[in-house]
Design a binder for this molecule. Sequence first.
Ligand SMILES: Cc1ncc(COP(=O)(O)O)c(C=O)c1O
Length: 395
Amino acid sequence: MNEHPIRSDHDYLAEAATLLAHDEPFPGGAVVPPIYQTSLFTFDSYAEMADTFAGRRKQPIYSRGDNPTVMEFEARIAALEGAEAARGFSSGMAAISATVLAFVGAGERIVAVRNCYGDAYRLFERLLPHLGIKIDYVDGSDPDAVAAALPGAKLLYLESPTSMVFDLQDIGLYARMARQHGAITTIDNSWATPLFQKPIAHGIDLVLHSASKYLGGHSDTVAGVVAGSADLIKQINERTYSYLGAKLSPFEAWLLLRGLRTLPLRLPHHMRSALTIAERLKDHVSVERVIHPAWSNHPGKATLAGYSGLFSFEVSEEIDIPALVDELKLFRIGVSWGGHESLVVPALASLQQTPDANSIGRFGVSPRLVRLHVGLEHVEDLWTDLQQALERARK
Ligand SMILES: Cc1ncc(COP(=O)(O)O)c(C=O)c1O
């Protein structure tokens, strides 16, 4: 893997290892935080309650707002992203919708990269027009297209790389451009995680995650988080977070904290195995093209300090795609990614589910595309599985 080193000037992995493994002791000297499974927090006196409501005193009031286990997770994500604050949500989509709706209203416009995550696209297409919000999609790999769309926009929605076709964006450049136009920048950083990309250091305002992916890492939790300046997170709190009500549960926050501790160990493993398989697929007779950011020449690659385990490839006409998927034994057929297990999603099947999805058809994604999530199984077992399935699926 010498061709794709993690650059030493971006050694986020090393920084994160201690940050995530070391905790100040919790009550009673516990090394693991308690799960505060409580809906409300009481006060000892009228004065305490009144001071807390007035903001003169800090104490959680009600778990739809603040909960100590959730706050522990939020503090950890803020530290990882180099942000002042973070807010946890019940899903990545809850984080995305509460963030966008906090800053954009009737008569305003957002600019989003085409090929962004399918349900983000559907949120933009199905809800925002009803609220009088306009949306323009751009080819995020093209700075001229972004420059042309930005004037008058309220928010720029990025996802670099995107999670089906892995389009990259020059996020530092776009942060500067958006600032000139007074637009807030958001990025879905689920693919890279804060260990491999730190958007705030490049001027991005708000970083979004589906914590259901690598942050949790065990496919047992659906959760989301947004990180940014204290001021922007406060605005999200005051406008949408508490009132849309999509809070993160204390137990799921605890699972996420548990998952995070091994992120610096898991991510390089996903990266190495995915690169090994991607490299071998490039030379496979039945594979037309491998789509992995490692081989991109786009300047957007410069902010990536490493790669995760999700990439796509396109098979030749001689491969029967349903047979390929069915013949796989270790790659299970399923959406999502970022967990311990390897997964496969053929674009052909996604098309059945959502003919209007932006990632399929509309922006020219090939129906011959197959997406893999390379999990923590042994890479040689995964490669053997792929080889036999490609062989059997040949028409
Ligand atoms: C890139 C990306 N962003 C956001 C989401 C949404 O996250 P969640 O499923 O946690 O709501 C997903 C889910 O698959 C995703 O793949």
